[in-house]
Ligand binder design. Structure first.
Ligand code: DLL
Length: 437
């Protein structure tokens, strides 16, 4: 039988053992940062904190946070904790505003990352016998190369497809008999469209597992993707600042969340307003401390992602804490006439409606002093060609559902199939014209 775990000792370790490993690593990390990263040392000095004050995992909360602006202020390499002569790879995330976020890796970091992604793939149910089609973008984005090294480390065969040229990708999936697909969930849907366009039935492909992440996606979207691609869709989470893909991965048994590679990334959930650590199980902003990275370690990095942590035992036997599916970001919350709206909530409503396709966009604007929100969503071919009255009642139904669920009045625009711009990577769900003017 193929291994169920990549590293069973760590993945199933009793919590007390795991926590003592975390503490030793944390103490070493704090010392490394204090000695080598001047901006972080300044932050610690400003509150009179020395590395030797960290005596327990609970002392983590004494340490100052790191935020995105710290990275920008020290652009590009100012927070690196290793000399450039030891850095062998640089990635960057474009970000929507300002300078990109730049991250670096030593050879050991790259090896660690490959191991963690291999662990993710095994957690998703993949084995060395799989053929893995990697449609995450290759380049500065961490998805492509991060996935690539992990697939090779697992010993599976990697097809480095990157993003784009969906029809060709579909032929490759068919011809090579790929069994695992890595991509953003929105690009997976793109591939499903391309299959339909060229007349390939996913049932005739060999795909069995999807490892989808890099953007938020709802449970309803999972159902859509599973149905359209005839595979089991699992969620993978990560961010460049912490490492890239593989920070957490869903196992085959849990829809309660993704197992965090906690031996390397120590999670906390805080109140985004006050910065206080929240009680176990509560929803808030996810914060990570990297325990083992050399080139670009971070202490208490505020991800802005909203999630919660579960420590209950999992049916898969892993003792690693789980994080709930990310429901949004503290910075993607739209405030529409005073009502807080997360794009993921709109997606939740839309994906529950029959006749609606999983392609949508939220356009926010301001008329006079009033915010307006328009939800543009594609309807299925069959609905679109139907009587106008049926379309109207579909639109009115969606409007009512959104009003009931979110408490905000929207304009719903039903648009033709395939008219909303498709993504090759992360989907752009929101167009905020208020910011543009
Ligand atoms: O998106 C790394 C990655 C690549 C993860 C491939 C998974 C698969 P960044 O470009 O730095 O890194 O973007 C990180 O994307 O803070 C989240 O807001 C979002 N994100 C990543 N994974 C998920 C997920 C990569 N599974 C940002 N669910 C993060 C929801 C996700 N959001």
């Amino acid at each position: 039988m193929d291994a169920q775990y990549w590293n069973d000792e760590i993945e199933t370790m009793p919590r007390a053992g795991l926590e003592s490993i975390q503490l030793i690593r944390l103490q070493k990390l704090v010392k490394r940062m204090y000695d080598r990263v001047l901006p972080y040392r300044d932050k610690m000095d400003a509150i009179g904190l020395k590395p030797e004050h960290i005596k327990s995992i609970g002392d983590l909360r004494l340490l100052p946070f790191t935020v995105k602006d710290d990275l920008r202020d020290n652009y590009p390499f100012g927070l690196f904790a290793a000399p450039m002569s030891e850095v062998v790879r640089i990635h960057a995330s474009s970000g929507t505003t300002g300078k990109p976020t730049v991250v670096g890796y030593t050879r050991k970091d790259i090896d660690l990352w490959a191991n963690i992604v291999a662990r993710s793939l095994v957690t998703a149910g993949a084995t060395k016998n799989d053929i893995v089609h990697n449609a995450y973008g290759y380049g500065l984005f961490t998805g492509g190369l991060g996935g690539h090294y992990g697939i090779e480390k697992l010993g599976a065969a990697v097809v480095p497809a990157s993003g784009g040229n969906s029809r060709r990708q579909v032929s490759l999936l068919r011809d090579f008999g790929s069994t695992v697909l890595l991509s953003t969930p929105s690009y997976a849907l793109n591939l499903a469209d391309a299959m339909e366009a060229v007349g390939i039935d996913p049932k005739n492909l060999s795909l069995r597992i999807g490892v989808f992440g890099a953007e938020p996606w709802s449970e309803n979207m999972r159902e859509e993707v599973e149905k359209k691609l005839n595979l089991k869709a699992t969620d993978i989470y990560g961010l460049s600042e912490i490492m890239g893909p593989g920070v957490a991965q869903e196992c085959q048994f849990s829809k309660l969340g993704m197992h965090i590679a906690e031996d390397h990334f120590l999670p906390e959930i805080i109140d985004p307003e006050t910065g206080e650590v929240l009680p176990e199980g509560e929803e808030g902003e996810l914060v990570f401390t990297t325990l083992t990275k050399e080139a670009f370690p971070l202490i208490r990095y505020r991800t802005r992602d909203i999630s919660r942590l579960y420590r209950e035992p999992c049916a898969c036997g892993r003792t690693l804490v789980r994080m709930a599916k990310v429901t949004g970001r503290t910075d993607d919350m739209l405030i529409i006439r005073g009502v807080n709206v997360f794009p993921s909530q709109v997606e939740h409503v839309l994906m529950g409606v029959e006749g609606v396709e999983p392609h949508y966009q939220i356009v926010v604007d301001r008329k006079g002093n009033l915010d307006t929100m328009t939800v543009e969503v594609e309807v299925s071919e069959q609905f679109f060609s139907d009587k106008v009255r049926r379309l109207e009642s579909l639109g009115a139904g969606i409007k009512k559902e959104i009003k009931d669920y979110l408490g905000v009045t929207t304009t719903v625009k039903l648009v033709e199939p395939k008219s909303i711009q498709r993504s090759e990577g992360k989907a752009a769900r929101v167009i905020d014209r208020r910011k543009l003017s």
